[in-house]
Design a binder for this molecule. Structure first.
Ligand SMILES: [Fe+2]
Length: 336
């Protein structure tokens, strides 16, 4: 996939953009994006995205450091997520035209250089004032290796190692923004981790189409940035009250804050599998060229030895996981 992107502003028609707000309102309740299940024997002591979490705790959103206590860092990044469509499962009626949007599919073909583009998922994120998203790359997929089978950090390691490119299933991502929070810009490194940091305002009815599996990106703090952050625990929720108003509650149901569309950052992510040809899609669907867990771990171990970062026995699962993330994922660093 080429390291390029397409910024679309305006993105949809005025009516289509308004529909995106109505779909969130019809959904009624947004829950937090809790950690997914852990994987036995593969660093199960570690969070699924400990790669991004550890970097965020040590370096913050801009690489300049992070002054938050650990618990505040967790609240800042404990945002709200609901899935609108996943494969043939339409979970939010009205999203269908967006899911199969012709111009979006054509843009994905251009950006990825792939002839076959198959929409896979649409989900929505809501961040409240004071929240932000750590710099990360998204979870990629390979033939035989996806988040149902492997921990997310390992899939991210596989992509950045470059050792499994022949099995990769490229995924195009379109992130679009609706609502009117003036903060929460999309920060990204389109020329790679060593390249300059760029930013795009999360303006209503605009979007970027980009390879978020390869390009490091995050979300700047949603305004007002100085407000004290309510305590957003894992069971917190955002409930639509009507008339453009949302209420934040914690897991116990206590009311923490009320927001309107001007104060929330609402984004919709569209992801599509991209294949060079129908034959490549058929190979993926057939499962005849799938990677195995042993093949993946042995390949990464051999590369660690070749690079001189591992001698002797393979470490325990947690130690091996930390070695792999530290060796292969090169996060962007602030330029002094
Ligand atoms: Fe992302």
């Amino acid at each position: 996939m080429r390291a390029s992107y397409q910024h679309m502003t305006p993105f949809l028609s005025i009516d289509e953009a308004a529909t995106m707000l109505r779909i969130a309102e019809a959904r009624g309740v947004f829950g937090t994006y809790a950690d997914e299940a852990l994987n036995e024997g593969l660093g199960e002591q570690l969070p699924q995205r400990f790669d991004a979490a550890f970097n965020y705790i040590n370096h913050g959103i801009d690489g300049q450091g992070n002054n938050d206590e650990l618990s505040v860092a967790a609240q800042r990044t404990n945002y709200f997520r609901e899935t609108y469509a996943y494969g043939t499962d339409i979970q939010s009626p009205g999203i269908e035209p967006f899911f199969q949007h012709h111009e979006l599919i054509e843009a994905a073909k251009r950006v990825t250089d792939c002839a076959v583009v198959e929409p896979a998922i649409v989900y929505a994120n809501i961040l409240t004032p004071g929240q932000e998203l750590a710099i990360h790359t998204d979870v990629p997929e390979f033939r035989g290796a996806d988040r149902k089978r492997l921990p997310q950090w390992l899939l991210v390691v596989m992509l950045h190692s470059g050792l499994f490119d022949a099995w990769r299933v490229p995924i195009a991502t379109c992130v679009s923004w609706f609502g009117a929070n003036p903060g929460g810009a999309f920060a990204f490194f389109p020329e790679g981790a060593q390249g300059p940091r760029e930013r795009i305002d999360a303006s209503h009815n605009s979007a970027i189409l980009i390879d978020t599996d390869r390009v490091f990106h995050g979300v700047e703090r949603v305004t007002p940035v100085g407000d004290e952050l309510p305590y957003i625990d894992k069971g917190a929720s955002l409930t639509y009250l009507g008339d453009g108003q949302w209420r934040l509650k914690n897991a116990a149901g206590d009311e923490l804050a009320d927001y309107n569309w001007q104060s929330l950052r609402y984004s919709i992510s569209w992801k599509a599998y991209c294949f060079q040809s129908e034959q490549e899609r058929a190979l993926w669907a057939s499962g005849t060229d799938d990677l195995t867990v042993d093949q993946i771990l042995d390949t990464l171990e051999a590369e660690c030895r070749r690079l001189g970062v591992l001698e002797g026995e393979r470490p325990d699962p947690t130690g091996f996981a930390q070695l792999l993330v530290g060796t292969f994922i090169g996060f962007p660093r602030a330029v002094a």
